[in-house]
Ligand binder design. Structure first.
Ligand code: MG
Length: 141
């Protein structure tokens, strides 16, 4: 369990099977009352983040129709520099990792995501430490 606190997590993923897999993994670690939101592309992700300032963590697929994860992250960063955004990619090419970090993602993890990686990511970002780091980075720029 990640602390004794309710969290809201947004999963951005065009593949429904991937979404179900991720939400199951995440669900195992969250306390009852936590919320998992779903966006099927970047456009929906931006809209959901705009409407909910209580989102604690975003899992962002990079390859999606309509608006990809790079663009969506850039747009979200325009109004929310704090929320941790963890990109997931099936192709761990260095250029994509670099591009995702430049767009404003905190980290890039490679699919398939296993239980241990998920637990590590959730404990790291829901504890609040990384939020602060990212905020500092944004201010320096
Ligand atoms: Mg995809």
């Amino acid at each position: 369990m990640i602390k004794n606190k309710e969290h809201t997590i947004l999963i951005v993923e065009d593949d429904e099977v991937c979404f179900l897999y991720l939400s199951t993994l995440i669900g195992e670690h969250l306390v009852t009352g936590s919320t998992i939101l779903y966006a099927k592309d970047g456009l929906e992700a931006v809209e959901i983040c705009n409407r909910n300032d209580n989102v604690n963590l975003v899992f962002m697929d990079l390859k999606m129709p309509n608006m990809n994860g790079f663009e969506a992250t850039k747009k979200i960063r325009e109004f929310n520099p704090i929320v941790p955004i963890v990109a997931e990619t099936g192709f761990s090419m260095n250029t994509d990792i670099e591009k995702a970090l430049q767009a404003g993602c905190n980290e890039v993890i490679t699919k398939p995501i296993n239980k241990n990686t998920m637990f590590k990511v959730l404990s790291q970002y829901l504890s609040g430490q990384k939020d602060q780091e990212h905020l500092v980075k944004c201010e320096i720029r």
